[in-house]
Design a protein around this ligand. Sequence first.
Ligand SMILES: C[S@@+](CC[C@H](N)C(=O)[O-])C[C@H]1O[C@@H](n2cnc3c(N)ncnc32)[C@H](O)[C@@H]1O
Length: 239
Amino acid sequence: MRFSTPAAVFASPPDTDAIPIVDLHFGSWRLVLERKPLSRKGLARAYSRVAPRWDRMLSRIGFEAGYRALLRAHRIKGERVLEAGAGTGAFAAALAALWGPCFAVDGADISEAMLRRAVERWHGLGLNASGRLTDIRALPFPDQTFDLVLAGHVLEHLSDPKEAILELWRVLRPGGVLVAVVTRKSPLGRYIQWRWRVRCFDADDLRSLFSFGDEVEVVPLPGPMLCGWMSLACLVRRL
Ligand SMILES: C[S@@+](CC[C@H](N)C(=O)[O-])C[C@H]1O[C@@H](n2cnc3c(N)ncnc32)[C@H](O)[C@@H]1O
């Protein structure tokens, strides 16, 4: 399986902003430490390298069970689903494990090796599935295409997550739900930040990023213990 790469994926301007790591205030002093994110090419290469081991890592941490627990607790369903930053497709696979293969799914990712695994896995589950090798900040879908948008651990890679969030919102239909899971500000989150140069979020960061949503709920990712320590979930409804 090969995906065509829209020129825009790697040709668009590089991230110039930085990922905030530390922002401390002491009296009149402010200490700010930032890190340059990996380039899109570098990130795609890094994920393609870990693709063969990714599912094993996810299930060891408990994220697959965490995604399932989150979707079950909030009775999240969809008929036309987008998994943004799909990786190996764990989020949509969790949806299928709960409700069966009763939806169509599109995956969007910049790593071909990850995306190929996602689409193969979804086909194996009996889903009508396809993959787009694309940056989630410029999705090749018309407005209001999906009634469920899943974004698991991808927004933290972006120096300006708002840009991607607005794009995910654009393709979401009224009545639909956007579910984003992100790395949390916590000691474990800091380790992920050091390893992958991602940003970490707390509940206030998420509420402010998604403040335009009609109903916004932020919860620790349920499931095995590490999930809640490492990740926060944000559920945003579009009325
Ligand atoms: C931490 S992995 C998460 C994968 C999957 N969602 C999961 O929960 O297992 C992040 C994924 O996002 C992809 N990614 C990172 N930045 C992206 C971007 N700007 N556009 C599309 N995909 C991106 C990476 O290639 C990688 O597959």
